[in-house]
Design a protein around this ligand. Structure first.
Ligand code: KG4
Ligand code: ZN
Length: 350
């Protein structure tokens, strides 16, 4: 980590840690000058992200996406002040591509490079100007709910994170995807399951709410998934459409209730936080947002759910994390290696 000069010109952010190839250009005050997200479509027939396919797709598309994003921003590289790229955690092939392109551009244009932690990028999204008047103040509580991560974090400052709890088995998005598969829905299961649940009745298929009421704010979803599998096994095959919709609604209701309960515990554990933020793909789910809004309201805590396109993987959040670090005078040397595993707790501000 290096400390150094003040940056005034815009920053280019690059995201490639999973199956989204994304670029964005932000001004140093957080205005979005351009953004592009390419969701890879080669994985659905395998029922999950295939790391090698993802890495090759990042390699095939990222250079062109950078060029397009810069053109949308009306800039050439001499007009940039810095480059930020996700360097972990994530799939190593994609990280190598994104970090490599970012470092190459930084060398070519003589710019500082920021190695962004993907989880920090999700965590700081709520501070983007325009989401909350004046920006989200530290400290706040973050529920990170995605396909690969499910954790509750006290966000105390840039580089200062305290993990309050996390899943002891599956991530919540993974549970949506697995239950989606059990119901015969296309991958990723979350959005399709939400649509199916809208036509069902949660009261007709009631499921357990794992860890609800338990001290702390850990999560567990594998038992809930097994319970859905057993319920389906006891019904006619193929599953009648009405039963599938009721199961989707019942599952979604149980997840939302558990998340609200875990958030309530987190708020009790950290009364200094007057704001609850949700991020990650599952934050797109309306039932989840409604349950979390109610939980926050009950404790008089403000609630922020960024727009859906900023909840799922994107490069605006990567560029913004770069801005936050550069404002503290922090950037990285070009020998910073991508890290498939990079917990928030190992991330310093210096
Ligand atoms: O944050 P994200 O785009 O990628 C990472 O996993 O990092 O999250 C993807 C996850 C998938 O598991 C997907 O099924 C889930 O978010 N998801 C949803 C919804 N939209 C995406 N889950 C429930 N309801 C949704 N509307
Ligand atoms: Zn993510």
């Amino acid at each position: 980590m290096q400390t150094g000069f003040a940056i005034h010109d815009p920053i280019l952010g690059i995201e490639s840690s999973c199956d989204e190839t994304a670029c964005a250009v932000l001004s140093m005050d957080g205005a979005i000058l351009a953004e592009c997200v390419l969701s890879q479509d080669g994985h659905a027939r395998f029922g999950g992200v295939v790391p090698e396919i993802a890495a090759r797709a990042h390699l095939a598309h990222l250079p062109d996406l950078v060029t397009r994003t810069m053109a949308m921003a009306g800039l050439d590289f001499s007009g940039l002040g810095a480059i930020a790229a996700t360097c972990g955690p994530g799939l190593i092939g994609g990280l190598i591509v994104g970090a490599g392109v970012g470092k190459g551009l930084a060398i070519g244009a003589g710019l500082p490079f920021v190695a962004v932690n993907h989880l920090e990028a999700h965590a700081l999204t709520a501070r983007l100007p325009g989401l909350l008047p004046g920006g989200a103040p530290f400290p706040y509580l973050l529920l990170l709910l995605s396909g690969g991560h499910c954790q509750c974090v006290a966000v105390e400052g840039v580089g200062r994170y305290r993990r309050l709890g996390g899943t002891i088995d599956d991530a919540v998005g993974e549970a949506f995807d697995k239950v989606g598969k059990l119901l015969g829905l296309p991958w990723p299961g979350g959005p399709a399951l939400e649509r199916l649940a809208a036509t069902g009745d949660a009261g007709r298929q009631v499921f357990p709410q794992p860890l609800r009421g338990r001290a702390g704010c850990d999560f567990s979803f594998s038992g809930l998934k097994t319970s859905v599998a057993q319920r389906i096994a006891g019904l006619p095959s193929p599953l009648p459409p009405g039963d599938a919709a009721d199961i989707a609604a019942g599952f979604q209701h149980a997840v939302a209730a558990v998340l609200a309960d875990r958030a309530d515990h987190a708020m009790a554990m950290m009364p200094a936080a007057r704001l609850l933020v949700v991020a990650g793909g599952v934050a797109a789910n309306a039932a989840v947002r409604t349950a979390l809004t109610a939980a926050a309201q009950a404790r008089g805590v403000a609630f922020v759910a960024p727009p859906i396109r900023l909840c799922t993987d994107n490069a605006v959040m990567v560029a913004w994390a770069g801005v936050e670090r550069l404002r503290l005078g922090l950037h990285n040397t070009l020998d910073t290696a991508p890290r498939p595993r990079w917990p928030l707790a190992e991330l310093g501000a210096a």
